[in-house]
Design a protein around this ligand. Structure first.
Ligand code: ZN
Length: 262
């Protein structure tokens, strides 16, 4: 009887010890689980303040580091569906899809307007150099040709096209005057809108046709590798744009516009 009694007491002790051991192990695991995420959170402000403090002393890394995350978020925020259509190669509302220019190849061709409206226009270096030759050749004959609009990003074109839709009422009507984003020759850096310096208010208007600049262009633009993209009755069905010219004077440029030869 006594033996059984002591055995029972031992069993009681063993089971209590086991329960205590389980509680200790479980408690330790729970503590480690719930305390560990707090550790980085607590150390984070210290870490970030450590990162911030050296920034004012070393200016270049502080400038470089914020740029990277903003670029990255911009890239993820912008799905750029407008840049994709050219992959299919199909025209949309009468306009052919075009890839955006290689920005490292862009050169400034002029500044247009003044004060707060002043902007700098650029073109692909190949087209830009040819345009400079054209402009100076015209000047020698007393004709003043001014570039109004050169390279346009897909984003800029998107804004322009939206404004045109608001003015014209529909995408179809807007497309007669502006190309949808991803479909503008201006995105390539090889197209330019020109005006006559003596009649600067006639840019992007049909009256440009009446100017010396236009007359000179129709006679000589070809010699410098330029052609009117949308002459009257063009096969693309885009409305006549006497001010809009494109560079086709190199094999790469000619290839770019090969689908829409007039
Ligand atoms: Zn144009």
């Amino acid at each position: 009887m006594r033996f059984i009694k002591t055995l029972f007491r031992h069993f009681k002790l063993i089971s209590i010890a086991t329960i205590v051991a389980i509680v200790v192990v479980l408690g330790g695991w729970l503590l480690s689980k719930y305390l560990s995420p707090n550790l980085p959170v607590q150390s984070n402000p210290a870490a970030s303040s450590n990162l911030v403090s050296p920034n004012p002393t070393s200016s270049s890394p502080s400038l470089a580091t914020p740029a990277a995350p903003t670029d990255a978020t911009d890239a993820t925020n912008k799905p750029d569906p407008t840049q994709q259509p050219h992959v299919s190669g199909k025209p949309y509302l009468g306009h052919f899809p075009y890839p955006e220019a290689d920005r490292s190849r862009l050169m400034i061709i002029t500044s247009y307007a003044k004060g707060e409206y002043q902007r700098f226009e650029s073109m692909d270096i190949e087209a830009g150099k040819a345009l400079m030759k054209l402009i100076y050749a015209a000047r020698d004959e007393g004709v003043w040709i001014i570039p109004v609009s050169g390279f346009r990003s897909v984003e800029q074109q998107s804004k322009l096209f939206k404004a045109q839709i608001e003015r014209r009422g529909s995408e179809q009507e807007a497309a007669k005057l502006s190309a949808p984003p991803g479909y503008s020759e201006h995105a390539t850096g090889y197209a330019v809108d020109l005006t006559d310096g003596k009649f600067p208010k006639q840019d992007v208007k049909f009256e440009f046709e009446q100017t010396d600049a236009f007359r000179w262009l129709t006679l000589h633009a070809k010699e410098y590798g330029f052609e009117m993209s949308f002459p009257q009755g063009n096969a693309q069905g885009v409305s006549y744009e006497p001010w809009h010219w494109r560079f086709v004077g190199s094999s790469s440029a000619a290839q770019l516009f090969g689908r829409s030869t007039n």
